[in-house]
Design a protein. Structure first.
Length: 167
């Protein structure tokens, strides 16, 4: 087992949860914003996390461009006008995630321990592995946000979905 194995497993678990939390949403609900129409929507979170999956691939040397960078990279959540439909976002997620998992699983320990090019990252990361650890935390944060937004919209809790799917 190399150091990328736990990261790959975390990505797989997020994929399992993502398949649950995005599968039963209506397109209308997917773009409804949280916090009194000031916060993110489920569509924004999915697009944002997909952008970070592409950042992971880029960090590990893949020559790929994020299909959601413009709308979900550094742009704040909006009213959802112009966002891809949730079904399209799920399709994009599945494609991008599959590629990310392959690249992470193939990463060597040497690659993970390599110093970052240029100045240290904004969160103090000094090595590729440090940045991947931050990205895993970032992904977990937003996955929790998806669960909160689902409940706000009247959908079943993420934990209940996971228990049902595991039964």
């Amino acid at each position: 087992m190399n150091m990328s194995t736990p990261i790959a497993e975390s990505l797989k678990f997020t994929d399992f949860i993502m398949s649950l939390v995005a599968s039963d949403l209506s397109s209308e609900d997917a773009v409804k914003r949280s916090r009194g129409d000031q916060g993110a929507s489920i569509s924004w979170v999915v697009g944002h996390l997909l952008h970070y999956r592409y950042l992971i691939m880029q960090l590990l040397g893949a020559d790929v461009a994020s299909p959601t960078a413009e709308q979900f990279g550094n742009e704040p959540a909006s009213d959802g006008d112009g966002y891809p439909d949730i079904a399209e976002l799920r399709k994009m997620w599945n494609e991008g995630s599959s590629r990310t998992q392959e690249i992470v699983a193939a990463a060597s320990d040497e690659q993970l321990m390599a110093p970052l090019g240029g100045p240290d990252a904004p969160h103090g990361e000094k090595k590729v592995l440090d940045t991947l650890v931050f990205y895993m935390w970032h992904e977990s944060y937003h996955m929790g946000q998806l669960g909160t937004i689902r409940k706000q919209l009247g959908y079943k809790a993420t934990a209940d979905l996971a228990v049902e799917a595991s039964s």
